[in-house]
Design a protein around this ligand. Structure first.
Ligand code: AHR
Length: 657
């Protein structure tokens, strides 16, 4: 818990109440905004999103698919998340089967062997989804699957959305015409009025003896913008509200994989879902790759975000790496192909593939990142690897900006990706981090950053640390051109979280933003285009005692400012944005001076994000405990006074020129 430092005007109040001679009141701390001296240009792409498959971000998260283990590859020993459904009087068993596979991408099918069943006594299988199948009122779900059957078993096959105890059937439909060959089938299932629940399952049954093989069993609810194979609308809307400038994908560690074989292999994530094998992810579960390269790009298109494409650069998490040289060439070629898939016209090989996959129009690409966190590669191979990718990519795409993930000597990278995961004190102490960076050196991509306090999503104190950190990035966004927080998502169900501090949480039915989410939204939706320099005087500090290192001596305590500020103006709108973060336990009354202002509207607006305790947070059960509140402010002038609540993130919008 933070304790406020003794403040000058508190001492004065004590002196007066003790009957001591009154002194001249201490002057208020002052923020002087210099409107005469334009500061740095604000990067219009400063705030974006970072994403990877972690914490069930896609499967069981953003990606609309509701069936878990739809291709039966999650567990080689048993049909995980599938169970038999056998009425009394019927008999049937389930097993995994690799004989006569659907194709080489999906080699395992589910074999349902029914010894006895009838129309009234059914036998089949149920999928329990990602912590249940979410069922909502009056929704049409699209179910599809591949099937083949033993001779004489043509159907009907019944698909039903049921409560997990089987007592309630929410929707059902029949499919007929099974043959002894693999064929695709699809039906819609429409629910009536009901109380939304995740205590439900998808059930597939037959009413006669015989054997049925199933593969790629899928169930989709309506998706954002009705995209086939698309994303959850509620989570997309939360993202859309942030107005992010870009999306960094596909990682993060997920890009690299634990091994070279389990990297994000983009070519296997394209086209018909029946051709996507999926792969083991690096965060303890398999990925269906239903959200593949084109789906990442569609996601960008839907939210008007620029893609920041990370390409696999020959290093995987468990240390496997491919040194620069001939061995790396296939990986460099793979990156060139990937860039062609994203940007090439339909006359190119990979542009034509993209058109075939449903998107003839090329995507605009500015940034390509070579690898991820390659400082972990202790072999020292990154310098050479970066150089090899750089030469090949620049030769073909000279306009692309190539991001390095670790310092290199062979080249001057266009941008360097820096990552910061810290507690709130560390973020606040280092909020000036970029003030001293060279204005002529390599530009910075803060590709992962977060104040790690609170789980599964971060709390208000984290949002204060984040906001303090953002004041520094924004003030220096001539150096920090792009930045994105990580991780973005977490499924809050038990076992859903692999990383403790996350921005947006959800279960099957609902989703919510953390206080950190709202702080980012406040900053990004009031970005401005030019920094307004601030001179801050008499800002109080508080004391931070950093923890002692293991078996070491505690470092000296540090004085950390209580207030963090940045101001920008939106030239076209004539708006002045003043962001003030009060990290302390006391309200702070400041005198604000608009030096050089020629006209100031007397009314303005303030948006405040605050709560009583820094550990307060939002959650799946209290999703809006801490949200920004907007109010009018009056009596604004060239000099005015405003009080900032304890533990608060504030954005003042003033009309001032
Ligand atoms: O954001 C979680 C992980 O942190 C990312 O995958 C990795 O790049 C970083 O170490």
């Amino acid at each position: 818990m933070k304790l406020p430092a003794p403040l000058a005007w508190f001492s004065l109040a004590l002196a007066v109440s003790a009957g001591l001679p009154a002194q001249t009141p201490a002057p208020l701390p002052v923020l002087q905004l210099d409107l005469q001296t334009p500061g740095a240009k604000v990067s219009p792409t400063l705030y974006g999103l970072m994403t990877e498959e972690i914490n069930y971000s896609y499967d069981g998260g953003l990606y609309g698919e509701l069936v878990r283990n739809r291709t039966f590859q999650d567990d080689p020993k048993k049909p995980a998340h599938w169970s038999p459904v056998v009425s009394s009087g019927a008999a049937g068993t389930l097993s995994l089967d690799e004989t006569r596979p659907l194709n080489s991408a999906l080699p395992v099918s589910l074999r349902l062997e029914v010894a006895s069943a009838s129309a009234a006594q059914r036998a089949g299988v149920a999928n329990d989804g990602f912590w249940g199948i979410p069922i909502k009122s009056a929704v049409t779900y699209r179910a599809s699957f591949y099937a083949r059957a033993s001779s004489g078993l043509a159907g009907p096959v019944t698909l039903a959305l049921e409560s997990d105890d089987g007592a309630t059937v929410y929707a059902k439909a029949d499919v007929s015409g099974l043959t002894t060959d693999w064929r695709p089938y699809a039906v819609t299932l429409t629910t009536g009025q009901l109380t939304p629940t995740t205590k439900a399952r998808l059930v597939i049954t037959v009413g006669q003896p015989g054997t049925v093989w199933l593969n790629l069993v899928s169930l989709f609810p309506p998706t954002y913008k009705d995209r086939p194979n698309g994303n959850r609308p509620d989570i997309m809307q939360i993202l859309a509200d942030m107005k992010p400038a870009f999306l960094r994908f596909p990682g993060g560690n997920y890009l690299e994989g634990d091994t070279i074989a389990t990297r994000f292999d983009w070519k296997k994530s394209l086209g018909d879902l029946a051709g996507r094998p999926g792969h083991m992810g690096c965060w303890s579960y398999r990925s269906s790759d239903g959200l593949g390269l084109l789906e990442f790009l569609n996601w960008c298109e839907d939210l008007n975000m620029a893609p920041v494409l990370a390409v696999y650069a020959g290093y995987s998490l468990k240390g496997e790496h491919v040194p620069a040289g001939p061995g790396l060439k296939p990986f460099v070629q793979d990156a060139l192909d990937e860039i062609e898939y994203v940007t090439g016209d339909t006359g190119t090989k990979w542009g034509a593939q993209r058109a075939k996959d449903g998107h003839p129009q090329p995507f605009k690409l500015t940034y390509v990142e070579i690898g991820n966190e390659d400082w972990f590669d202790k072999s020292g191979s990154y310098d050479g690897r970066y150089n090899q990718f750089y030469e090949a990519i620049k030769a073909k795409y000279p306009a692309l900006q190539l991001i390095a993930t670790a310092k290199v000597k062979s080249r001057v990278p266009d941008l360097l990706d820096e990552h910061y995961y810290r507690n709130a004190w560390q973020m606040e102490t280092d909020a000036q981090h970029y003030d001293g960076y060279s204005r002529t050196g390599t530009k910075i991509f803060v590709g992962e950053w977060a104040t790690r306090e609170g789980a599964p999503t971060t709390n208000l104190n984290a949002a204060l640390g984040d906001a303090a950190w953002m004041t520094g990035m924004e003030r220096n966004s001539d150096v920090v051109l792009i930045s994105c927080y990580a991780p973005l998502f977490v499924n809050v169900n038990p076992g859903g979280m692999q990383w403790k501090s996350n921005l947006i949480g959800y279960n099957g039915l609902t989703s919510y933003g953390s206080p950190s989410y709202y702080a980012q939204k406040m900053f990004n939706t009031h970005l401005g285009d030019t920094v307004v320099p601030i001179q801050a005087d008499a800002v109080p500090t508080q004391t931070w005692q950093p923890a002692a290192p293991k078996n070491g001596k505690a470092p000296e305590p540090r004085q950390v400012p209580v207030l963090f500020t940045v101001a920008t103006r939106d030239t076209a709108k004539g708006a002045l944005y003043l962001k003030v973060v009060n990290t302390g336990a006391s309200a702070q009354t400041l005198r604000i001076e608009l030096k050089g202002a020629t006209s100031v509207a007397p009314e303005g607006e303030v948006i405040v994000l605050t709560s009583e305790h820094p550990t307060d947070t939002n959650s799946i059960t209290e999703p809006t405990k801490i949200v920004p509140v907007t109010a009018k402010i009056s009596d604004v002038g060239r000099t005015f006074v405003h009080t900032f609540a304890p533990y608060s993130v504030n954005v003042l919008t003033l009309q001032a020129r």
